[in-house]
Design a protein around this ligand. Structure first.
Ligand SMILES: N[C@@H](CCC(=O)N[C@@H](CS)C(=O)NCC(=O)O)C(=O)O
Length: 253
């Protein structure tokens, strides 16, 4: 491989190649240093092996929960080490400039941010199911996902505003977020069958969103969604018993 194409390779897969080079380099150094047990402490976990990926997470993040469910549904949860992102020294800000969870380090050493990108990556580790391959069906899933995650973002921003001093809160900003939130959940209620009558990521995301809204509503009552959305409430009562959903419910939820 010529230098130019190596450089291109590096720019395409910076973290992965860098990790591989470091591994090779460290292995060579340690092989010449007999006092250190050869490789045992430095070998990366085998690709696809137990704990070969790292997920920066917290127990209560609904966005992390989506990724966790995707991993369970795809049977790759054992490959993921969950790292408490908010522990001192976790260093998430050096990996993700947005300093947000979820952030995934793949077994290639690549850093992926945003729940939807990570869930897409996890789905691609086996035969895609959570995001259908057929273009029209895939677009529909991505569109419905955008609405659900958008509702979560708007509700989260509304909740954050409530944490500011009363005098600092913006009525204009609150109104904007509440409109997005209300239009979003109304749309989902009206099209509930299309959001839930399938085997994709969408019902799982909707469940994570609704249980998250239930928690936010404890601090901001206007984020309550159950009144006026009876179809969603009845659906959630059934779907919340799905094993991967029940297994990832934060304690106390
Ligand atoms: N759009 C992002 C949202 C992720 C997000 O907002 N995560 C929260 C925790 S639930 C976070 O890390 N917030 C820290 C911050 O915004 O500084 C995604 O889908 O991953």
């Amino acid at each position: 491989m010529c230098l130019k194409s190596m450089e291109l390779g590096i720019s395409n897969r910076p973290a992965g190649l860098a990790a591989e080079l470091k591994y090779w380099f460290d292995s060579r150094l340690l092989a010449n240093f007999s006092a250190i047990p050869a490789q045992r402490d430095i070998s990366p976990a085998p690709r696809g092996g137990p704990l070969s990926m790292k997920l920066y997470s917290s127990q209560t993040s609904p966005f992390v929960r989506i990724v966790h469910i995707a991993a369970l549904e795809k049977g790759v949860k054992d490959q993921i080490e969950f790292v408490a992102a908010r522990e001192p020294g976790a260093g998430l800000d050096r990996l993700n400039p947005l300093d947000k969870i979820p952030t995934l380090i793949t077994d290639d050493g690549e850093t992926l941010i945003e729940s939807r990108l990570i869930a897409l990556y996890i789905d691609g580790l086996g035969t895609p199911r959570l995001y259908p391959a057929e273009p029209a069906a895939r677009r529909q899933v991505l569109q419905q996902e955008a609405i659900i995650l958008g509702v979560m973002d708007a509700a989260g921003l509304r909740r954050q505003e409530a944490r500011r001093e009363d005098s600092e809160q913006s009525e204009w900003w609150i109104g904007r977020q509440m409109l997005k939130y209300q239009r979003g959940i109304d749309k989902i209620e009206n099209e509930l069958d299309s959001f839930t009558d399938n085997d994709t990521i969408v019902p799982f995301e909707l469940c994570c969103a609704l249980e998250y809204l239930d928690r936010l509503q404890e601090g901001v009552p206007e984020l309550g969604w159950r009144d006026g959305h009876p179809k969603m409430a009845a659906w959630l009562a059934r779907f919340r018993e799905t094993p991967s959903v029940a297994a990832t419910r934060p304690p106390g939820w």
